[in-house]
Write a protein that binds this ligand. Structure first.
Ligand code: ZN
Ligand code: ZN
Ligand code: FE
Length: 754
């Protein structure tokens, strides 16, 4: 029996070799018809023997192209039409485009073989790609995904490339960024005060790196600053020129064997490193290995490791075991992606720049994650994951824009219940970052065909994202409390709808009482929350100044606990006295229940960090010295005579001072402090469970990036039979905030409270 079936396939089905696969299966089963990219995904018709049509769909759904994600497939049986062959036809471009755009994909093994094969016409070609790999999101100007709507438009394919592009049996069939040495982008090496351009550019670049120079290298989502990671001297020079004394630098290793040689890496971590997203994965250094420059991460024993993800990287790394590859930007500014901005890097920081003439449409940083208890934890979500959607609500919700927080900003667009979280944008207080933020929002709205009816924002009146929301011409505005958004991001990820006990620990977030929160326990659903407990509030002497200078928090905590410890006065008596007075008078010293600041205070009391050079440095140092074998803890009190309850660590601080005086090792004190906080969380959750009959705990907020704290807390809660959830798809720092805001806005729309 002959039949004709039309199918509409929705999901990530463009830019991933979907049509060639359809073609291959159709011809394999002797079917006629067509396939094309449409506004909703892929549309196809197959006609032929109905057993074969069945086999065709079986193959397509069970063995789709490697990078494809089919979210829905709707089929319709129709009368036969008498097609003569199977064709791949041009994209239709009308109506609403709701097709998912693919993230950038790391070079596949087939392409890698070609660039290393002396006999292949792509040998040494830095821009080799195919339908399974290559740039996607970062080169797309509009949808549907076709070469003319990407930054490859200006490169006209040569005859052999054109042939591949049109040959359904070729791996490069409809590979939009297809290119070769003859027709593709070209590299150029720029040295200060002159430029050269020939085939030897790559060789010259390697020579410079070997000689210890710093080279700015154009990548997929922006520039990297590269130097030899095995050279202490080069690394130190890069640090001093970038004015970044301590913050860890990412290291690109030649291959997985090179990683294994220098770092501790388990199976789950290897899978992440080798995944097509090629994120930076935080690993521990091998204790016996000293080749990797110590200066890469002076504060910790970890290394942010990643593997080559473009042909250019593979070719460069042939000659090096590991290169430092840190974002090409100035502190707090967005990553540089355009040659016009190159003078910021070339000269002041880099000795040379390896550029090329394919433009970057969307800046996109490398993603950073680590594996904790076998689960992925994002510290930064960008290249390789963006713009993959996350489900937040039932389809049918109106279009929503959530603008996120202030630091580590990301924004989020919602359509049909799918949330599209943007790449890491950065710190909006920087003007360039703010304009990157507003340009990307416009660009994403166009790409996703989203016209927001609702805008969700933080309650902090001073955040630039809040001000952006205030002036946006969007009819419905939804203010979302910072920590509620953190908890809602966990609920959205794990599809939790019933109320949970939310524990949000972070640095700062604006509270509903106009003070700064950050050690929060709430009973929350997706629409509302009740603050049931919080860390005891202390003064923040000097406001933001106290965030940068943890010693001020030490003064504040000691003063308000009446612990005027003479031994602690290592700072000039004048400065100490001044801050003490500020604290007592409350002058320019807002109240804060921040957990992050309590960690700062303890780190400063132990003499680990008085002034920070990057965010959370004090807490990172405190964690890195903790002795994991120590299991006891200090006393603490949960005051329950008033609501909300207060977690009071006054006794903890007192005990720390005593032990310090007795000469107990700082590593033991740090561990006991971590255990105390974890225990206090478990304790408080048990109180809440007793009163509210809730058994699910959601953990979020940047303080839980502290691995020791997270492990101890999760272990403690699980041993008391709580079900514990935390963020795995988005960062648990403020980079995940927009997802939570979007989820809350979607729920409030559903309940008609907007
Ligand atoms: Zn490939
Ligand atoms: Zn070509
Ligand atoms: Fe936060």
């Amino acid at each position: 029996m002959k039949t004709r079936v039309r199918a509409k396939v929705v999901g990530r089905v463009q830019g991933v070799g979907f049509r060639p696969t359809v073609y291959r299966y159709a011809t394999q089963f002797g079917l006629c018809g067509f396939v094309c990219n449409g506004p909703h995904g892929v549309t196809l018709e197959v006609e032929g023997d109905d057993n074969n049509v069945g086999a065709f769909f079986n193959c397509l759904t069970h063995e789709p192209p490697r990078q494809a994600v089919i979210t829905d497939i709707k089929t319709e049986v129709l009368g036969t039409k008498g097609y003569r062959n199977f064709e791949v036809i041009e994209s239709e471009q009308q109506g609403l485009a709701v097709v998912h755009i693919s993230p950038d994909l790391a070079t596949c093994d087939d392409c890698l073989k070609e660039i290393l094969d002396a006999k292949n016409r792509r040998c040494g070609h830095a821009f080799t790609n195919c339908t399974n790999c290559g740039p996607r999101f970062t080169i797309i100007r509009d949808v549907p995904y076709d070469r003319k709507r990407t930054s490859m438009a200006k490169f006209e394919m040569c005859e052999p490339c054109e042939h591949e592009h049109h040959n359904p049996h070729d791996r490069r069939f409809h590979a939009q960024p297809n290119a070769c040495k003859r027709c593709g982008p070209v590299l150029q090496l720029r040295v200060e005060g002159g430029s050269t351009s020939d085939d030897a550019d790559l060789a010259k670049t390697k020579e410079l790196l070997r000689r210890g120079r710093i080279v700015a290298i154009k990548g997929v989502g922006g520039y990297h600053l590269a130097c030899d990671a095995l050279s202490a001297e080069s690394t130190a020079r890069l640090r001093s020129r970038k004015q970044r004394p301590h913050k860890p630098l990412a290291v690109m290793f030649r291959d997985i064997a090179a990683v294994r040689e220098l770092c501790e890496v388990n199976e789950a971590e290897e899978a992440e490193l080798l995944s097509v997203a090629r994120p930076i994965v935080l690993l521990s250094r091998k204790l016996t290995e000293t080749r990797l420059a110590r200066g890469i991460s002076p504060d910790t024993n970890t290394v942010g490791a990643f593997l080559p993800y473009t042909p250019l990287h593979h070719l460069l790394l042939q000659d090096f075991q590991a290169l430092v590859m840190t974002s090409g930007n100035l502190t707090d500014e967005p990553i540089i992606s355009d040659e016009a901005e190159l003078p910021t890097l070339l000269g002041p920081i880099a000795d040379a720049a390896l550029i090329h003439n394919r433009s970057i449409v969307h800046k996109c940083d490398d993603s950073v994650l680590r594996v904790v208890n076998g689960q992925r934890q994002f510290l930064r979500r960008a290249r390789g994951y963006v713009p993959n959607p996350i489900r937040v609500a039932a389809p049918g919700t109106p279009h929503i824009l959530a603008v996120g927080g202030e630091l580590k900003n990301t924004f989020c667009l919602v359509r049909d219940g799918q949330a599209f979280l943007s790449q890491h944008i950065g710190d909006l207080k920087d003007y360039k970052t703010y304009s990157y933020f507003s340009c990307e929002i416009e660009s994403w709205k166009r790409l996703m065909r989203i016209e927001p009816q609702v805008i969700a924002h933080d309650l902090h009146p001073g955040y630039l994202s809040t001000r952006f929301a205030a002036i946006a011409r969007i009819p419905h505005k939804v203010g979302v409390q910072h920590h509620h958004a953190h908890i809602a991001s966990v609920m959205a990820e794990h599809d939790l709808h019933d109320p949970v006990i939310g524990v949000a620990l972070d640095g700062t977030g604006y509270g509903t009482d106009n003070t700064i929160w950050g050690g929060e326990f709430m009973v929350a659903d997706r629409s509302d929350f009740e603050r049931v407990a919080h860390f005891k509030a202390y003064r923040l002497p000097g406001g933001d100044k106290a965030v940068e200078e943890p010693w001020r928090m030490a003064v504040s905590v000691l003063t308000s606990e009446g612990l005027e410890e003479a031994g602690m006065r290592k700072f000039s008596a004048i400065k100490w006295g001044l801050v003490e007075k500020m604290t007592k008078a409350g002058f320019n010293s807002p109240w804060t229940s921040s957990a992050g600041r309590l960690f700062d205070a303890v780190a400063a009391i132990l003499g680990l960090c008085d002034v920070t050079s990057y965010e959370a440095q004090a807490a990172i140092r405190l964690e890195s010295i903790a002795d994991p074998h120590v299991t006891d803890r200090y006393p603490f009190i949960v005051q329950t005579w008033d609501r909300p309850w207060v977690l009071d660590f006054g006794q903890t601080i007192r005990a720390i001072l005593t032990e310090r005086r007795q000469g107990v090792a700082a590593g033991a004190i740090s561990a006991k402090f971590h255990n105390t906080i974890a225990d206090s969380i478990v304790h408080t959750c048990r109180f809440v469970r007793g009163q509210r009959d809730l058994n699910i705990v959601a953990l979020s907020g940047g303080v839980f990036q502290n691995e020791l704290l997270l492990r101890r807390t999760v272990e403690g809660l699980q041993s008391r039979h709580f079900r514990v959830f935390t963020n795995t798809a988005v960062p648990l720092n403020d980079g995940g905030l927009a997802l939570g805001q979007a989820a809350i806005a979607a729920e409030r729309v559903k309940r008609k409270c907007v």
